[in-house]
Design a protein around this ligand. Structure first.
Ligand SMILES: [Zn+2]
Length: 113
């Protein structure tokens, strides 16, 4: 399951940060996920509970924040908002869009002890 390995990746990052920043417990995590990242939030929440069991992040609340999709239109040279990865430019109808936001996944904030 895709979401499971994402959770493992997050946990690994948290463990590294815990060593660097000397905290012992993670209480809350704010995770920003692009709308095109193909992540199912419910599956992620489920995976999170399983993966964090008996770890420093056990019981930590996972907040999922959507990062909206954006693209750069090569024809009208503007940043435009898009709902789907293969949308046309809402301004000029061009297909020449480069997705600039909505694919990333990053930990935005942590609450630790
Ligand atoms: Zn355009």
């Amino acid at each position: 399951m895709h979401e499971m390995s994402i959770c493992e990746g997050i946990l690994l990052t948290l463990e590294e940060e815990a060593q660097k920043q000397h905290f012992h417990r993670v209480k809350q995590v704010w995770l920003e996920i692009g709308v095109f990242a193909g992540v199912e939030p419910q599956a992620l929440q489920f995976g999170w509970e399983v993966v964090t069991r008996n770890t420093l992040a056990e019981g930590a609340f996972l907040h999922i924040i959507d990062e909206p999709g954006q693209a750069w239109c090569l024809d009208c040279s503007q940043t435009v908002s898009i709902q789907n990865r293969f949308d046309d430019c809402p301004n000029c109808g061009s297909h020449l869009l480069q997705v600039t936001a909505g694919e990333a996944m990053r930990i935005k904030e942590l609450e630790v002890d």
